[in-house]
Write a protein that binds this ligand. Structure first.
Ligand code: SAM
Length: 411
């Protein structure tokens, strides 16, 4: 393991230079390069076309990479913002749609000025002035209103979603948020941007996005809502031939935490309580109420691999006041993933290949070997050819790695 390096080309950072993949960052996104390496080995089959599944879509890296390589992909997620974003990234846009939106950019830049003297709708983000200076916030709310006037709220008109993505970029670039590794922190001060600076940024980003939206995509990918712990929608005659995905890791990272600013501004999240509810549905969810509910959580299954119970017992016995809670957190994570692997079987074509990018973690010095424990679940559930390779070393702690866990399903 010591020669395994951090490989930033295998992280979300690589995606920032990869056309549509770079539209909005999500730190837990995996690298499109990883997906491409897997997709490049897939033989197109004209008689029985492949259908690639990603049950944990996130920013739709798998779907976009598959569609760019002329494959068909179906993706699922529980986060409505990510479903919206994923579909906007994978969609086909006509020349007409793109030129219409291009004409709207200067109109919006002119129109929003009328809203500056008055107050427009602003999101109920806790402590909002820690994110944006009052003057910047005023401009953002005015631009938001001008986009709504032009093309409605996100999701109303597909092509207008491109403007909303540019707006999300504006929101994050003008904020005091700093992304350090997978966490989010704040710079000490917010900045009051001049309207000219914001106009220039919005115009440049929006035009850039439009250019990339004009690139032809030959395949097709769609993202829908589904909780992947339960059976996924599929056509009986067209089951999934390949699964390429990265599920959450048992590391207490909350996707909603990082996505909060986008989700509030696009109205996919209206109040903090909703974030906790969403994270309770998320595997490995850890936001607010999701953690407190762990105390009373009852497993639906008591047939997980012995190695899972052994790991949880070791964490529970460690010397920390949260040891019991964290052992339940890890228990629920592997429970939910086991449920996912069990339900997945009915959606898979015989011979389907699975590729799961996963990371290990530690709790109070106890190593959680995610790749091995998930491999044990797969084996117990009848999957075959289970194998694991190290993809990269993660930079947070020296013993943390990312792995590609693969398996096969034969009916
Ligand atoms: C590690 S991220 C996936 C990142 C993705 N590969 C990308 O490149 O952006 C895991 C995703 O799983 C989703 N998720 C968590 N629990 C889920 C569940 N029960 N069903 C479906 N999706 C879920 C989260 O919302 C998150 O978007």
């Amino acid at each position: 393991m010591s020669i395994v390096t951090q490989r930033t080309d295998y992280t979300f950072k690589y995606n920032q230079t990869q056309s549509r993949h770079g539209w909005l960052r999500l730190t837990p996104a995996y690298s499109v390069k990883l997906v491409q390496e897997i997709v490049n080995h897939l033989e197109p089959n004209r008689l029985h076309p492949r259908v690639i599944l990603d049950p944990f879509s996130g920013t739709a890296t798998t779907g976009l990479a598959a569609a760019q390589n002329d494959f068909t992909a179906r993706l699922y997620d529980i986060n409505p913002f990510l479903i919206w974003l994923g579909n906007a990234k994978c969609r086909h846009y006509t020349e007409d749609e793109i030129s219409t939106v291009a004409r709207q950019i200067p109109q919006i830049i002119q129109a929003y000025k009328q809203y500056l003297p008055q107050s427009s709708w602003q999101p109920a983000i806790h402590n909002i002035h820690r994110w944006w200076a009052p003057a910047t916030l005023n401009i953002l709310t005015a631009i938001r209103q001008a986009i709504v006037d032009t093309g409605g709220e996100p999701g109303k008109y597909p092509a207008t979603d491109l403007l909303w993505i540019a707006f999300c970029r504006l929101v994050i670039e003008t904020s005091a948020a700093a992304f350090n590794h997978v966490s989010l922190s704040f710079h000490d001060e917010t900045t009051s941007f001049a309207t000219q600076t914001i106009d220039l940024f919005f115009s440049e980003v929006a035009h850039h996005i439009l250019t990339e939206a004009g690139e032809t995509i030959y395949g097709e990918a769609t993202i829908e809502y589904a909780d992947s712990r339960y059976p996924l929608p599929h056509l009986s005659f067209r089951k999934y031939t390949d699964v390429i995905t990265s599920p959450p890791y048992p590391n207490r990272v909350s996707y909603i935490r990082e996505l909060r600013p986008y989700m509030y501004w696009t109205k996919f999240l209206r109040e903090a309580r909703e974030a906790g509810e969403l994270d309770w549905t998320a595997i490995g969810g850890t936001w607010g109420i999701a953690t407190s509910r762990l105390k009373t959580w009852q497993p639906e299954l008591d047939t997980l691999p012995d190695t899972v119970y052994q790991t949880c017992a070791a964490i529970a016995q460690s010397d920390n006041k949260n040891a019991f809670l964290m052992s339940r957190y890890v228990h629920k994570y592997f429970h939910d993933m086991h449920q996912h692997f069990a339900s997945l079987r009915s959606s898979l074509a015989s011979g389907a290949n699975l590729h799961y990018i996963v990371g290990n973690s530690t709790f109070y010095g106890i190593r959680v070997n995610t790749e091995q424990l998930l491999g044990d679940s797969l084996s117990q559930l009848g999957y075959s050819d289970i194998a694991c390779r190290v993809v990269r070393k993660r930079n947070s702690k020296k013993e943390l790695y990312e792995f590609c866990l693969s398996a096969k399903w034969n009916e």
